[in-house]
Design a protein around this ligand. Sequence first.
Ligand SMILES: N[C@@H](CCC(=O)N[C@@H](CS)C(=O)NCC(=O)O)C(=O)O
Length: 205
Amino acid sequence: MLKLYFSPGACAMASHIALEESGALYDAVRIDLKKGEQKTPAYLAINPAGVTPALETERGVITQNAAILGFIAQTRPQQNLAPVGDPFRMARFNAFNGWLGSSLHPAMGRLLFSRPPLEGEARTEAVEAVLVKLQLVEDGLLEGPWVMGDTYTLADGYLMVFERWARGADLLDPGRFAGLNAHLDRVQGRAAVQRVLEAEGLDAV
Ligand SMILES: N[C@@H](CCC(=O)N[C@@H](CS)C(=O)NCC(=O)O)C(=O)O
């Protein structure tokens, strides 16, 4: 059976939502980042990078949300969780998820999780860097009402993770980011997402 290693509220929630949306049978194993469980020898044997998510499959481990989402969508094409039959649209799906992982996530991580916390000019610059990226999504990367247009895909659950972080940090001004706010509410309203929030011990934000 598939086994997902996740940390509540962290980016692995995208993979957790993907599994739940797909209807796959899976186990979910909680890794406590604050306790450093991602750096134990047992977990490093699963993901040597020492981060979550990691997905154990019968063929081996897959890391990186973007790769896990593509795997889940392609192994369950009947669920229509990504445009798997259309190479161009699939490239767009992968590009969006790759951008989340390589651009928006690091910018938000620097702002929200730097230790010691950023202060002064460094913090101001980090806030601006995040807002510029959120604006990119608001202005066009989000086709609307879902990331890929009319149909929900697994990219929506991935974007939602960062929208949650942004709203939690008061960065999602409803006047400036009406599309992102509406998208976050729409994704959090999905039954599968609500099951994942409950399983991770979290509320909608
Ligand atoms: N791009 C990676 C990011 C993975 C990542 O940085 N995960 C964070 C949680 S959001 C983590 O496990 N951090 C623990 C650490 O850095 O010690 C992915 O999508 O899987």
